[in-house]
Design a protein around this ligand. Structure first.
Ligand code: CAA
Length: 379
């Protein structure tokens, strides 16, 4: 196995690190407090080519591999996980999904702008009663001539109110269950499509999470991705790649916890010496570093399999399961190392815990990742 980074990967990592430290870091605490969407930063990420990293250049993307995407997303999320999830949903769910299964016309009309960052996308699968049980779709799309009429509600949609384009999964034939679900590209401003509610969240507070409502919302049949009834498979395949993105996001948060802990432990004195000299602190840092390295290996393995065209779903699930747990544990330990400073909002570490928790929930909870892993072994 080759653990060295190629020239492109090193360059992407350096670019992402510099942008994160110089452009994203100032204002993270403020944006989190005010729940302020980082519009300008997202625009600049588009200019850098980070909003459609894996999309071929002919469609406005950067034509990079998943490994490059993992490095970039880790660096961005190390500084601000809210920016990380905005980037992740646009890249690994929306752009990836249209690039993989969209028609030429759909790519022409939507992918170029999404991949170049001129437009932003969202992915609307979850519903009030369809979270983990994703095939239990209540939102319907009824065929009417050359269009479909959508009715229903989608919940917890990242980028939901800021997105120009939303991929919406709906039931086109409820009797067929998972085989009766279809995916549609819905444009912002389509009559009957409204933002119903903005969520007030524990973490990733400067990202945009809303409910969406569809009331007799008419969408052209030409906007259906794939065949009628193919929507659940489409969502599951797309989420396999999405889970690599969330693993990279979790990895970034965990790395931030380690960096903060190492530098604080060297500076902070107790009992007349830096706390870094205390074995209680050293063990926490050693465990954090080991779990972070293991998370990175799992994430890069899933990315390498995806890039090689091999099956990677269970590996992506393992990477997300392990990296998200590592992010939460690292954040708890970072707070413990920082003591009182770790618990107050002027410092970064309390946010790491609030941001880390969602990585165990979205794009499939840790329980769902275990289902995916176990099914792959026991079928
Ligand atoms: N690839 C291709 N096909 C797949 C698939 C995959 N990865 N997973 C399932 N399918 C197919 C199955 O093969 C099956 O078809 P057949 O009957 O022909 O074999 C069909 O889909 C139904 O599959 P299951 O019977 O396995 O379906 P299930 O109801 O038991 O659900 C599940 C399986 C793994 C629990 C799935 O529902 C799941 O992953 N749930 C979690 C949903 C999720 O991750 N939501 C995240 C929301 S998006 C988000 O969070 C984005 C954001 O904003 C950040």
């Amino acid at each position: 196995m080759d653990f060295s980074l190629n020239e492109t990967h090193s360059m992407i990592r350096e670019t992402a690190r510099k942008f994160a430290d110089e452009r994203i870091a100032p204002g993270t605490i403020d944006r989190d407090e005010k729940e302020e969407f980082p519009r300008e930063i997202v625009r600049e990420l588009g200019e850098l080519g980070f909003m459609g990293m894996m999309v071929p250049e002919e469609w406005g993307g950067s034509g990079l591999d998943t490994t490059a995407y993992v490095f970039a997303l880790e660096e961005i999320s190390r500084v601000d996980a809210s920016v990380g999830v905005i980037m992740s949903v646009n890249n690994s769910l929306v752009c990836y999904g249209i690039n993989k299964d969209g028609t030429q016309a759909q790519k022409e009309k939507y992918l170029r702008d999404l991949a170049s960052g001129k437009k932003l996308g969202a992915f609307a699968l979850s519903e009030p009663e369809a979270g983990s049980d994703a095939s239990n779709q209540r939102t319907t799309a009824d065929r009417d001539g050359d269009s479909y009429v959508l009715n229903g509600t989608k919940n917890w949609i990242t980028n939901g109110s800021t997105a120009d384009i939303v991929l919406v999964m709906t039931a086109t034939d409820k009797a067929k269950g998972a085989k009766g679900i279809s995916t549609f590209i819905v444009e912002k401003g389509t009559p009957g499509f409204t933002v119903a509610k903005k969520e007030r969240k524990l973490g990733i507070r400067s990202s945009d999470t809303v409910s969406l409502s569809f009331a007799d919302c008419r969408v052209p049949a030409a906007n259906r991705i794939g065949a009628e009834g193919d929507g659940f498979r489409f969502a599951m395949k797309t989420l396999e790649g999405g889970r690599i993105g969330i693993a990279a996001q979790a990895l970034g948060i965990a790395q931030a916890c380690l960096d903060a802990s190492v530098s604080y432990a060297k500076e902070r004195k107790a009992f007349d010496r830096p706390i870094a000299e205390l074995q209680a602190i050293q063990f926490k840092i050693a465990d954090m570093a080991t779990n972070i390295d293991a998370s990175r290996m799992l994430t890069l393995k899933a990315a390498a399999l995806k890039d090689a065209g091999e099956p990677f779903g269970p590996d992506a699930a393992m990477a997300k399961l392990f990296a998200s747990h590592t992010a939460v544990e690292s954040a708890l330990e970072a707070i413990q190392i920082h003591g009182g400073y770790g618990y107050v909002r002027e410092y970064l570490v309390e946010r790491y815990l609030r941001d880390a928790k969602i990585t165990e929930i979205y794009e499939g909870t840790s329980e769902i990742q275990r289902v995916v892993i176990a099914r792959s072994l026991l079928r």
